[in-house]
Design a protein around this ligand. Structure first.
Ligand code: ADP
Ligand code: ZN
Length: 731
């Protein structure tokens, strides 16, 4: 990657395309020349494809035979900072540059000149007949000075029908003009007054404003319980950014992108920001993409891929709910939007604000290491009640080994059913039973590659290692003593808990939320919506329910096994249990009905349990950090997952085994390789999936080793290989 350079007509330039080719292609610069970063259309075989000029051509190729760039497109060239960013992300995530360019050009019609459309601005005089509606249209146009609106925008802003606007055109009061389709967004006014801040909020706001005003890279964790005013305060930082003439990006988990949030921004700055997420229309996408690049959009609210928009002068990135797992892209280019936001900001001298009530351990560790600043908002704004949290001491229960719901919890559930309220039974354990034990010799079926026991999945009729994904059929005889018929399930998974709930509350309407029980994200979302609105009385859920879902009628959370995270079979189980309980607590306190959280535990004095109950988060984080350090896992060690998939299982397995045999490049950096093994979800959309897992020390040069390692194998066309650096999930 070279600095921006001008290439005169006829010279050879390297053009990056979105085509799945692992290198740039050489073309001749067109008439008028071209510079690095220019978006171009180039001939490729019989087609014309989108490309971006990446530097000087390689010259491996006879100049007279090179084809010329067809056209330089009328969009802002990609800035050097963006080109460096894409290359860094590509290197970090071990992704081909063509995929990065695709990610950075996810807007339609960049190659076709935009068509015109009608816009409306203030003309002259007054209408022949004054009406209130007509008055409002004029008022809006005058309030926004010379700004032009689309018909829809103007009508909406004035709160009138489009015919009112149209009616003013023949009178000359409103002027109708033809304009390029992609219009700048209405200006946001950062000088408007925000809410009056409390002293604590004002202090935090000042520090954040200073960080933004410095126009230098910095990352700040903004920590505060739900409702403490984090949004209020980071909007102050956005105001500072806009006042500096720089652009602001606010990332939200997809599910949190609501009209309510947009309205809040509008109230603060007098106009709505640009939006970028899966619900935005294609034409609007192109408008956002172009305007961000030309400076016609000051603020973008978006889901994770908004990070790859071609900002002209990005001064602030807010990652709200920074702990949310949905920031990890699990499809295509596998990246963590939170981590890449920090990378992007460091390249464009921008500030980052990571906001959360329950930050990730990664972020906490970065604060501890002095890499991130931390600001706290201690209390809620206004009167809101935190729910009661209690431990249920399971040592005092007389439950048979096949039962998992204590009397205390059952009574609490019953009460909710009587009152028509919902209960959530939280168990972070997929499958039927976490342990399979031999009643003859005491042997527990364990994974051959991990320090983990195999989990029975009755639904799939297999045993599975949740660490590396290895599965095997449930044997009839004990693998250790060979005695038949004595293997028995121990402990609960959600499948087994559901069995108990059905026996105990046969009348209750039950829903089970576990990732392996849904075929698609949409099916899951539908189930969640149904729970939020419908008459489900008991919800059984894994960590899935942590994802910002609002169940307004939910007043009881029962944690079946609060000790579970303490055993550490899923890397982040404790962290997520803790986060979930804090989040659920926050929600319950927001509703009118006071909430209760009951934690079933055999170790009520355990430091983590006590931290959860007392809200001693620092204590929790210290304990969790110590465990991760001891195990050498993230954020104190590194992991990478390899997912191979293809229609033919034997072929996929062959590739996986070939990789495992050639693991020398990994061994050389001291990394360990686990697997191959069928993935927990072993078949997705007709493709078989096989996983490998790599563990290495934090400082090991993992990406280089992985590239060298997978580079040894030529993949059959039908087999796809995905590299997941810093995996968050292991499905
Ligand atoms: P968080 O982002 O931490 O959940 P919010 O910023 O959404 O908190 O604040 C919670 C609610 O309290 C919002 O309705 C917000 O408008 C209100 N609020 C927070 N701080 C103030 C303030 N200083 N003055 C008035 N309302 C406030
Ligand atoms: Zn394993």
């Amino acid at each position: 990657m070279s600095e921006t350079q001008f290439f005169p007509e006829g010279s050879l330039v390297a053009v990056l395309t979105c085509e799945p080719i692992d290198r740039s292609l050489d073309y001749k610069a067109p008439e008028g020349g071209v510079e690095t970063g220019a978006f171009v259309a180039v001939p490729l075989g019989p087609r014309k494809v989108l490309g971006c000029v990446w530097g000087a051509g390689r010259g491996a190729f006879d100049l007279s035979k090179a084809r010329a760039i067809s056209e330089v497109l009328d969009v802002a060239p990609m800035r050097e900072e963006m080109r460096v960013f894409l290359e860094r992300v590509a290197a970090y995530t071990v992704t081909p540059m063509s995929s990065m360019l695709r990610l950075a050009t996810r807007a339609p019609g960049l190659m076709t000149p935009p068509s015109k459309r009608k816009i409306y601005r203030r003309g002259e005089g007054r209408p022949t007949r004054e009406t209130e509606a007509r008055g409002r249209v004029i008022e809006v146009l005058e309030e926004y000075g010379g700004l032009a609106f689309t018909l829809k925008e103007l009508a909406e802003q004035a709160g009138v029908g489009t015919s009112v606007v149209k009616g003013l055109v023949p009178m000359g009061v409103v002027r109708e003009e033809e304009a390029p389709r992609d219009l700048p967004y209405p200006r946001l006014d950062p000088t408007r007054a925000g809410k009056e801040l409390t002293d604590a909020q004002a202090q935090v706001s000042t520090t954040l404003r200073e960080a933004v005003a410095a126009e230098a890279y910095s990352t700040t964790l903004l920590k505060g319980v739900t409702g403490s005013g984090k949004t209020e305060v980071y909007l102050e930082a956005v105001a500072e950014c806009l006042a500096k003439g720089r652009q602001a990006l606010v990332l939200l988990p997809e599910i949190a992108l609501t009209a309510e949030f947009l309205t809040r921004v509008e109230q603060r700055f007098g106009a709505k920001p640009a939006e970028w997420h899966s619900g935005v229309t294609m034409t609007e996408r192109r408008r956002v993409w172009k305007m961000v690049g030309e400076g016609g959009a000051q603020m973008v609210i978006g889901a994770r891929s908004a990070l790859y928009l071609p900002f002209q002068n990005l001064g602030l990135i807010v990652v709200d709910e920074e702990h949310d797992q949905s920031y990890k892209q699990e499809d295509g280019v596998l990246y963590s939007a939170r981590d890449m936001a920090v990378m992007r900001a460091s390249l464009c001298s921008a500030a980052v604000i990571l906001a959360s009530a329950t930050p990730s351990l990664e972020t906490w560790a970065n604060v501890e290491a002095g890499k991130y600043r931390r600001l706290d908002l201690e209390s809620r704004f206004g009167p809101a009640v935190m729910p009661d949290m209690h431990a249920l001491d399971m040592r005092e229960e007389r439950l048979p080994a096949t039962r998992f719901i204590s009397e205390g919890l059952a009574k609490a559930v019953e009460k909710r059913i009587e009152r028509g309220e919902q209960s959530l039974l939280f168990l972070n354990r997929r499958g039927y039973a976490p342990v399979t034990i031999c009643r003859a010799c005491g042997y527990q079926i364990a994974c051959d590659h991990c320090d983990a026991r195999m989990v029975e999945h009755r639904f799939l009729k297999r045993l599975m290692c949740h660490q590396c994904g290895e599965t095997k059929p449930m044997p009839d005889a004990c693998p250790s003593c060979q005695v038949e018929g004595r293997l028995a399930p121990v402990g609960p998974g959600v499948e087994r808990l559901a069995e108990e709930v059905r026996e105990r509350f046969p009348e209750a309407k039950l829903a089970v939320l576990s990732s392996d029980l849904f075929g698609s994200a949409r099916a899951l979302k539908e189930a969640i919506n149904e729970i939020a609105q419908g008459d489900t009385e008991i919800v059984i859920g894994t960590q899935l329910v942590a994802k910002g879902h609002n169940f307004p009628n939910l007043t009881l959370v029962g944690v079946i096994d609060a000790d579970l995270g303490l055993q550490g079979s899923d890397l982040r189980a404790a962290e997520r249990t803790f986060q979930l309980m804090r989040q659920v607590a926050g929600r319950a306190g927001r509703a009118e009905k006071k909430g209760t959280a009951l934690l079933q535990t055999y170790q009520p004095e355990h430091p983590v349990i006590r931290a959860i109950l007392s809200g001693d988060e620092e204590g929790f984080w210290r304990a969790e950090a110590a465990e991760r350090k001891a195990a050498g896992v993230p954020p104190y060690g590194r992991m990478a997952g390899i997912i191979l998939s293809g229609p033919d299982l034997a072929q996929v397995m062959d590739v996986a085994n070939a990789l495992a045999r050639r693991k020398a490049p990994l061994t050389q950096i001291g990394a360990q390789l686990f697997g191959p093994a069928p993935a927990p979800i072993a078949r997705v959309r007709g493709r078989h999936r096989v996983r490998l897992l790599i563990k290495a020390e934090k400082t090991a040069p993992l990406q280089g080793a992985i590239s060298a390692w997978v580079g040894q194998i030529k993949l059959p066309g039908a087999v796809r290989l995905q590299i997941d650096i810093d995996p968050q999930s292991f499905w």
